[in-house]
Design a binder for this molecule. Structure first.
Ligand code: ADQ
Length: 511
């Protein structure tokens, strides 16, 4: 008996499916929704739709599971062999593209074999997408692992609308030019109708790459070109910034629950109720500036500007890409530094740095955010940095202070944070001390403004704005508002409600 593959008006393609396979004590495997903003964002845009499909890798090498449905999403797993994981994911995506797209903080590795596998895997994703998208449907491709997918889908399904969103920065042309496959990457992306970026500067970098390396013409935020192939029509692609955000309301509500408030209090107590609790939460990635942060902190301890138990730093460093050499090295360095600092500056029961190399649930993360007086977000380069926005969303008490690197995309929206340049250790130390010593009314004023911004621009609004831009591309959405009036009205009333919540400091407070 043959069953036809169902098709969908909206198809998401991302490296990973939004679920993790978990094996229960009885040995039975189930799928658990993975936490994360993208899933929340998609939930909101899928409301009111017939359903949608998500194409991605299920997270384990080898044969892919059969497609299945979860929470009204049709999940279509793409198989990756052990070797493909090594070449396409760990190799080309994370050891070639990631460093080039993050200012070459560590050198990039180039292997022609990795590129060939990247292309083959992108083709497999494109074929899986082409199979499940309805006639005239919409395809939304995510991130740097799938930059060839837009053109490949267009070739297979010229009838559909194709968008791509880059979660990481797009590099300046001088760095992008190092890639031997730069032309193929740009042509891959130009298969889309709309390309979304975190910052305007990223979109501009992309447009500059089109001009400088492919001799294309750009006009405002669009690029005009004629693709290869006989009879190909001139196409116009729009590239613009639509910064991603977090589920403001969900986090705000979570941070107001008695359990999270009690847990925040407990965290502070277990650290000896310090006057100042500082917090860093990052994937253990060299882009996140963890080494720079620790250096600044160590110097402050050395200078006796701060000392435990009065001040404690909690550094959560989520395990990440541990099979890539640069990540293994980073882990060793960070752990050696933390060990040295604790050896030098801690006392029994009062550590200078509490280092945690684990993943945590949403509640525990919210409690940590609520417990922290100063949040240190100091990346050397970061597409957005959701941690900064999550911290703000959880500060229902208007407490806390956000130290934020000017190299995080988030800084372009969160100007009321305490801005720092993580490369400038002396400046970073000053900013940390400034954040600690700023009087409470001023800190509250800043937090209130930050919360307004995140409440107004939450993840639901991001997804709606993105899909609207994709639908209108290459035109800008403002010109054709009529058919979006209803959606906009809903979004605006939700924004107003969010803003009211943002302004309402919790009576119970954070601790
Ligand atoms: P990431 O580099 O992964 O994302 P980030 O934006 O900070 O970085 O998101 C990390 C997420 O993981 C946050 O939601 C955070 O709360 C969560 N997290 C971190 N440590 C955790 C832990 N120990 N336990 C549980 N959760 C943890 C990429 C880009 C970013 C961009 C995002 C979204 O590099 O610049 O903001 O995509 O577009």
């Amino acid at each position: 008996m043959s069953t036809a593959t169902p098709t969908f008006d909206l198809v998401i393609a991302a490296n990973r499916l939004p679920v993790d396979r978990v094996v229960g004590p009885d040995g039975e495997a189930t799928w658990r929704r993975s936490p994360g903003g993208l899933v929340t964002a998609m939930e909101s845009v899928m409301r009111g739709r017939e359903g949608a499909a998500w194409v991605g890798w299920a997270g384990e090498p080898g044969e892919a599971p059969e497609p299945f449905e979860q929470d009204n999403i049709y999940l279509a797993p793409v198989p990756l062999s052990e070797d493909e994981v090594r070449r396409y994911y760990e190799g080309f995506s994370n050891d070639t593209l990631w460093p080039i797209y993050h200012d070459v903080i560590v050198p990039a590795t180039f292997h022609r074999g990795w590129w060939n596998t990247y292309r083959d895997v992108n083709r497999r994703f494109a074929e899986a997408v082409a199979k499940v998208v309805s006639p005239g449907g919409t395809v939304w491709v995510h991130d740097y692992q799938l930059q060839l997918v837009p053109a490949m889908v267009r070739e297979l399904r010229p009838d559909v609308r194709i968008g791509w969103f880059n979660h990481i920065p797009f590099p300046p042309v001088e760095l992008f030019a190092q890639l031997p496959w730069r032309r193929a990457l740009v042509e891959g992306l130009l298969g889309a109708d709309f390309l979304g970026f975190q910052r305007t500067a990223d979109a501009e970098n992309f447009l500059r790459a089109c001009r400088r390396m492919l001799g294309m013409t750009t006009k405002g935020d669009t690029v005009v070109f004629t693709p290869h192939g006989s009879g190909a029509q001139e196409r116009t692609v729009r590239a613009s910034a639509i910064p991603i955000s977090v589920d403001f309301r969900g986090l705000d509500q979570l941070a107001r629950t008695p359990e999270v408030i009690a847990r925040a209090k407990e965290i502070r107590e277990s650290l000896g109720n310090p006057r100042v609790l500082m917090l860093g939460v990052d994937r253990l990635d060299y882009t996140k500036g963890i080494r720079h942060r620790l250096k600044a902190y160590e110097e402050l301890l050395h200078d006796k500007e701060i000392s435990p138990p009065d001040t404690v730093l909690v550094q959560v460093a989520t395990p990440s890409r541990e099979r890539v050499e640069a990540y293994r090295q980073l882990r060793q360095e960070v752990e050696a530094t933390v060990g040295r600092m604790n050896g030098e500056y801690s006392d029994i029961g009062s550590p200078a740095v509490q280092y945690l190399h684990h993943g945590y649930g949403r509640e525990e993360m919210a409690a940590l955010f609520l417990a922290a007086d100063v949040m240190l977000v100091t990346p050397l380069r970061d597409g957005m940095n959701l941690v900064a926005k999550e911290y703000v969303a959880c500060r229902t008490d208007l407490g806390g202070a956000l130290v934020l690197s000017e190299f995080a995309g988030a800084w372009h929206e969160l100007h009321q944070s305490f801005v720092c340049n993580p490369h400038d250790i002396a400046g970073l130390k000053q900013t940390i001390m400034y954040a600690i010593n700023t009087p409470e009314p001023e800190r509250r004023r800043r937090m209130k403004a930050l919360r307004r911004r995140v409440a107004d621009h939450d993840v639901r609004r991001w997804a709606e704005r993105y899909l609207e831009a994709l639908e209108m591309a290459p035109r800008k959405p403002q010109r054709q508002r009529l058919q979006h009036d209803q959606a906009e009205q809903t979004a605006h009333s939700e924004d107003r409600a969010n803003r009211a919540v943002a302004d309402l400091a919790s009576e119970t407070g954070g601790r």
